[in-house]
Design a protein around this ligand. Structure first.
Ligand code: C2O
Ligand code: CU
Ligand code: CU
Length: 488
C-alpha cells in the first residue's frame, strides 16, 4: 500500500505527510452537488446520457483526464418513479467501446447494460428500462468486459434513485441538496503534479486498485456548508474499484435507514458500517443538537483481513456538515420504515455453490504489461474453476425460482454481486449479517469462508443477453472472476 510521506503544496491541494490520505485541501471546498434530473413528475422525450472524455480538477490544482456522463466527471443523479419506463439514449463519445449497466435494477437481461450490450464509439444505445421495484438507491456504471475498472475509475458512474408512492409521501428529508444529499465516494491516486493516475501491476490485479485519497462527488474532504437544523439524509455510494470503507459519524452513532435494494424495517444505529465497492446505504444525521458533524472513513476498513495486513488505520474526515440556524426537515426520527419479513430459506428449491478463485496460474505481470491493448476474456481469475468467457453460459435459472446461492473464497475479502435482482443475506460464515445489512441487498461480503443469500429471479435473461454474477473488485471482475447465467 502506497503512503506518501512528503509534504508538497500545489495551487489548491496539499500533500500531507504521514496521513492515510495523501492529498488534502488547503482551504475547505464546498460539497459539489451532483446535478439532479428529477423525472418523478413525468418524462418528456428521451433521456439522453452522453459518455464523454473530459477533464476535472479534484482540488489538487491540476486538470485530470476523466470520463463523465453529461458532466466532466461522473453522471447526473436521476430520480425516477416506480411504474415508469425510462427511454434512454446512451451516446458513447469516449473514443473506445463501452457499456452502461444499471446496477440494482430488476430488469430483463436485454436492457441490463452488461458486457453483451456494447456501445461502440460514436454509437447510441437506446434501451427502454422498466422500473418495477420499490424505492431504492441504484447506480449505473461501465461494464465493458476487461475495461470496467479503468472506465469506472475514470468517472463512468452515476446514481439512479427510484422513488415510489410510499417514499414520496414518507416523513423523511427529501429536498435535494438541502436536507437530502447524494454522495459518490471514489478513491483516487494522484501523481506529484496532482493529476489522477491509474496503473496496473500484478499486485494491483491481486488487491484491486486502491487510491490513497478519497473523493466525494469529485472533491477532496468537502464541506456541506449551512445544512439546516434537524435530520439530514445522506445517500451514499461506494464507487471505489476495490476499497472497503468503514464509515462512521464523528459525533454519535451512524443511523442507517436503507441498504442497496430499499428501506430497512426500521432505522438501525451502528458504531460504524462497512461498505464494499458497489454498495449503497442511506443514513440520517441529526443536526438539531450539534453545530457540525463529520462523516469519517477508515480507508482500510474490512475487518480482520485488512486489520492484519495494515494494522488498522485511523479514521479520516471525508465530509464535514456545518449547521445553520433555520430548520429544514423538522420531523422526528422515523420508528418504522417498511414491511420486511425475515427471509425464508425454506422457500428455496435449488442451492448453487460458487467458489471464487484468485490464482489460476496466470502471469499477472505479463497481463498488466499488455493490458492497455487488451479487452475481453483475461482468463486470470475464476469462479468454480472457470475464468469468465463471453461465449459460455455458466448457470441456467428457471424464472420465478427462489434459490440459495452460496459463495466461498479461500483468501481476502470479496464483494459478490448478482445482476437483475435484490436478495437477502442468510449468513456470513455462519453468522447473521449486521442489522444494517439484513434488508434488501445486491452485494454480499465474502471473507475467508462463505456467505449465503436467498434470491428470487423474476425477469428473463436470454442466451444472447445473460446476467452476470461477479466480484465487484473491478480488477478481479476484469480478470475473470465473473460468470454468466440465463433466466427463462
Ligand atoms: Cu455494479 Cu455487474 O455490476
Ligand atoms: Cu449489477
Ligand atoms: Cu474479488
Amino acid at each position: 500500500m502506497n503512503r506518501r510521506t512528503f509534504l508538497k503544496s500545489t495551487g489548491a491541494g496539499l500533500l500531507v505527510a504521514g496521513s492515510g490520505m495523501a492529498w488534502a485541501q488547503s482551504a475547505p471546498r464546498p460539497l459539489p452537488l451532483i446535478p439532479l434530473t428529477d423525472l418523478t413528475g413525468g418524462i418528456e422525450g428521451r433521456i439522453s446520457l452522453a459518455l464523454n472524455k473530459a477533464s476535472h480538477d479534484f482540488g489538487t490544482g491540476a486538470q485530470s483526464e476523466t470520463f463523465g456522463i453529461n458532466h466532466d466527471y461522473l453522471g447526473p443523479v436521476l430520480r425516477v418513479k416506480q411504474g415508469q419506463t425510462l427511454p434512454f439514449d446512451v451516446v458513447n463519445n469516449i473514443g473506445e467501446t463501452s457499456t452502461l449497466h444499471w446496477h440494482g435494477l430488476h430488469i430483463p437481461g436485454d436492457v441490463d447494460g452488461g458486457p453483451h450490450q456494447e456501445i461502440a464509439h460514436g454509437a447510441t444505445w437506446s434501451p427502454d428500462v422498466p422500473i418495477v421495484q420499490h424505492a431504492s438507491m441504484n447506480w449505473f456504471h461501465s461494464h465493458m468486459h476487461g475495461r470496467t475498472a479503468r472506465q469506472t475509475y475514470s468517472g463512468l458512474a452515476g446514481v439512479l434513485l427510484v422513488e415510489d408512492d410510499a417514499s414520496l409521501s414518507a416523513d423523511l428529508p427529501k429536498t435535494y441538496g438541502v436536507d437530502d444529499f447524494t454522495l459518490i465516494l471514489q478513491d483516487k491516486m494522484f501523481d506529484g503534479s496532482g493529476k489522477m493516475t491509474y496503473a496496473l501491476t500484478a499486485e494491483v490485479f491481486e488487491d484491486g486498485f486502491e487510491g490513497d485519497t478519497l473523493t466525494v462527488n469529485g472533491a477532496i474532504a468537502p464541506v456541506a456548508q449551512s445544512v439546516p437544523t434537524g435530520l439530514v439524509r445522506l445517500r451514499i455510494l461506494n464507487a471505489c474499484n476495490a476499497r472497503f470503507l468503514e464509515l462512521s459519524m464523528q459525533s454519535g452513532p451512524i443511523t442507517v435507514i436503507a441498504s442497496d435494494g430499499g428501506f430497512l424495517a426500521a432505522p438501525v444505529e451502528a458504531a460504524s458500517i462497512l461498505m464494499s465497492p458497489g454498495e449503497r446505504y442511506e443514513v440520517l444525521v441529526d443536526m438539531s443538537t450539534v453545530d457540525s458533524n463529520e462523516l469519517t472513513v477508515n480507508m482500510d476498513g474490512g475487518g480482520s483481513f485488512f486489520a492484519s495486513l495494515f494494522g488498522g488505520n485511523a479514521a479520516t474526515t471525508v465530509l464535514t456538515l456545518t449547521r445553520r440556524a433555520e430548520a429544514g426537515f423538522d420531523g422526528a426520527m422515523p420508528r418504522r420504515l417498511a414491511n420486511l419479513a425475515p427471509p425464508k430459506a425454506s422457500e428455496a428449491s435449488v442451492t448453487r455453490s460458487f467458489q471464487l478463485e484468485m490464482d489460476v496460474g496466470a502471469d499477472l505481470a505479463a497481463l498488466a504489461a499488455s493490458w492497455d491493448n487488451f479487452c475481453g476474456d483475461a482468463g486470470a481469475m475464476a469462479i468454480n474453476g472457470q475464468p469468465m468467457k463471453m461465449d459460455r453460459i455458466d448457470e441456467v435459472v428457471r424464472k420465478g425460482n427462489t434459490e440459495i446461492w452460496r459463495v466461498s473464497v479461500d483468501d481476502q475479502l470479496h464483494p459478490f454481486h448478482i445482476h437483475g435482482c435484490s436478495f437477502r443475506i442468510l449468513s456470513q460464515n455462519g453468522a447473521a449479517p449486521p442489522a444494517y445489512a439484513a434488508g434488501w441487498k445486491d452485494m454480499v461480503h465474502v471473507e475467508e469462508g462463505w456467505s449465503e443469500v436467498l434470491v428470487r429471479f423474476d425477469y428473463e435473461a436470454p442466451k444472447d443477453a445473460p446476467y452476470m454474477y461477479h466480484c465487484h473488485i473491478l480488477e478481479h471482475e476484469d480478470c475473470g472472476m465473473m460468470g454468466q447465467f440465463t433466466v427463462g
